[in-house]
Ligand binder design. Structure first.
Ligand SMILES: [Cu+2]
Length: 141
């Protein structure tokens, strides 16, 4: 019984001390503490954006082989680059379908690579003009 009473009075003292510290802290340097906290948060979120955000463009490779694009449909983010890797018995090309895909126009390539960077969101369909059954698409988010 006496132990319990003692511990509860200790708890009361502890609460009073913490409350006093909060009041003192609030009075002495409230605005500068807030400013420091805001600066720290901004700095850490900025660092996170640098390491994992959209600043790092990705590269996606589409194989042009066995008379097909593989994978035929890819999804990327704006700013990413798609590289078509041509390695087939026959030469092929990548040609955009429709006005939205006007900039997608590779030369005819037998062995080699051609890249295009997509900066605007949308779905871009393309085909091989030499073999119109060969089709693919790039979806830019
Ligand atoms: Cu072809």
């Amino acid at each position: 019984m006496s132990i319990r009473r003692q511990s509860s009075s200790r708890a009361l003292i502890l609460v009073a001390v913490v409350a006093g510290a909060l009041v003192v802290g609030g009075c002495s340097s409230n605005s500068s503490d807030k400013a420091a906290a805001t600066t720290t948060a901004a700095a850490s979120s900025g660092a996170a954006a640098t390491s994992t955000g959209p600043a790092a463009p990705a590269a996606v490779t589409v194989e042009v082989k066995d008379m097909k694009f593989s994978p035929a449909d890819v999804t990327i983010k704006a700013g990413d680059t798609v590289t078509w890797k041509f390695d087939d018995r026959a030469p092929h090309a990548v040609q955009g379908i429709g006005d939205v895909a006007l900039g997608i126009n590779s030369p005819i390539i037998h062995k080699g690579e051609w890249s295009h960077t997509f900066t605007t969101a949308g779905t871009y369909r393309y085909l091989c003009p030499l073999h119109p059954d060969m089709k693919g698409s790039v979806t830019v988010q």
